[in-house]
Design a protein around this ligand. Sequence first.
Ligand code: SAH
Length: 216
Amino acid sequence: MKQDTFKHKGLRQQMVDALRRKGITDEAVLAAMAEVPRHWFLDSALDALAYEDRALKIGCDQTISHPSTVAMQSQLLDLRRGMKVLEIGTGSGYQTAVLCRMGAKVFTIERQKGLFEQTRKLLAEAGYRAQCFLGDGYQGLNGSYDRIIVTCGAPEIPAALMAQLKVGGIMVIPLGEEEQEMLRITKEGDASDEWRVEKFGTYSFVPMLNGKEMRS
Ligand code: SAH
């Protein structure tokens, strides 16, 4: 079983204090991030760095997002308990765990088999009840969602994902190739002129890759 020592808890509280200073105000996000042990989602060699505001390698050429990015995306989702959330890019599973801790019903898709298998196991062992899928996030999943969060840099807004977002729902997506602009899209109706778009600054994510390049 993974450990969560007083030292980890202390560092985590400092991380949350820093998130407040950076302007995160959603108490549900802050409470979830105060509880989810981020170091569980990293190689134990990175234990000492787990609560610094930085992105870190998680294998398969991928990274775990900065805590401040996870906090920002989670806050922009404007989540309520019990909502159905679709996440694209499971990666380490940390963002997934934060959403579970906030009381969401989380469905998460990863395109890399190695990460998918490792993270599905980790989330289950740690008691986070997300449903994990191996697949192409551009296609989404069957179903309709209250919220959609994309955690890789998308060159375009995937049409299938907008179709799977409920009317009244919100998608948070970093849009762009080299660097991305964080968008919050509120789907006020089915037609694309009824999508309200707000912008929240520039970020740097690993790319959202096409399913045709699916790796094992
Ligand atoms: N939320 C994750 C972020 C991981 S990085 C975390 O905090 O750890 C983004 C992830 O998106 C990578 O694991 C990458 O493999 C995955 N990804 C990229 N393109 C994808 C696609 N088309 N469908 C599903 N996952 C994708």
